[in-house]
Design a protein. Structure first.
Length: 229
């Protein structure tokens, strides 16, 4: 079976899909959006199961390789698709397409590629952030590892309307930050912001996508305890 490749991609694609579900993204240029749509087909194909919506678009080449359990060819094809996407983004960046920088950082973050992340020139993304591009601000916050840089940018994104940032801030102030930095009022403030944007039902659904919901309580998933196959 193809479980090992799926395991490798699980965290990156899961995060990618959650972000897409709850976020109004930047206005990507047509050429960047086309490249993003193509790599999204790869993601869709990797995580499509037999009982899922048959209307979800997939990559027919990869789907055939997966159905044949051809692990070597499938991995080779996935690598080719990723490399093509990276080549396209770098070319568009050189052409002055700011949205390509956002797409490249998005890919680096959600594929957890720290080497790629460090190579990205973030100035175009900072420019978009200063132009009130909420998604650019949200991704820019994820770029930094220090709380001193991360939280202010996340709050900037939240104020600009990023639901992903608002939900993240609610969790950060609620339980993720060190105890001395946690703030119940701020956690409630950002949770309410997200609820205003999503609606109560959709907010709960998004929370449940990241946690086990039981009797309206949230038990955070410990992914380290998930058996690897």
């Amino acid at each position: 079976m193809f479980q090992r490749i799926i395991t490798v991609f699980f965290f990156s694609i899961f995060s990618f899909q959650i972000a897409l579900a709850q976020e109004t993204q930047s206005q990507f240029s047509p050429q960047v959006q086309q490249a993003k749509d193509q790599i999204q087909l790869t993601f869709n194909t990797l995580f499509q199961s037999d009982d899922e919506n048959p209307n979800i678009k997939v990559d027919p080449t990869l789907k055939q390789l997966l159905s044949q359990n051809n692990e070597e060819k499938a991995k080779e094809y996935i690598d080719q698709q990723q490399n093509l996407f990276l080549e396209q983004m770098n070319r568009y960046i050189k052409q002055g397409d700011l949205s390509a920088s956002v797409a490249l950082l998005e890919f680096a973050l959600f594929s957890q590629d720290s080497a790629l992340k460090e190579q990205i020139d973030i100035k175009p993304i900072q420019k978009l952030s200063n132009q009130k591009d909420a998604y650019a601000s949200y991704l820019l916050a994820q770029y930094y590892s220090s709380t001193e840089q991360y939280i202010p940018l996340l709050e900037k994104a939240g104020q600009q309307g990023s639901v992903a940032a608002q939900m993240t801030l609610a969790d950060e102030y609620g339980f993720r930050l060190p105890v001395e930095q946690q703030d119940a009022k701020k956690a409630e403030f950002w949770a309410n912001k997200a609820k205003q944007n999503l609606g109560e039902t959709a907010y709960t659904e998004q929370k449940c996508a990241l946690a086990n919901c039981d009797l309206e309580e949230f038990e955070m998933v410990d992914f380290s305890k998930i058996p690897q196959q």
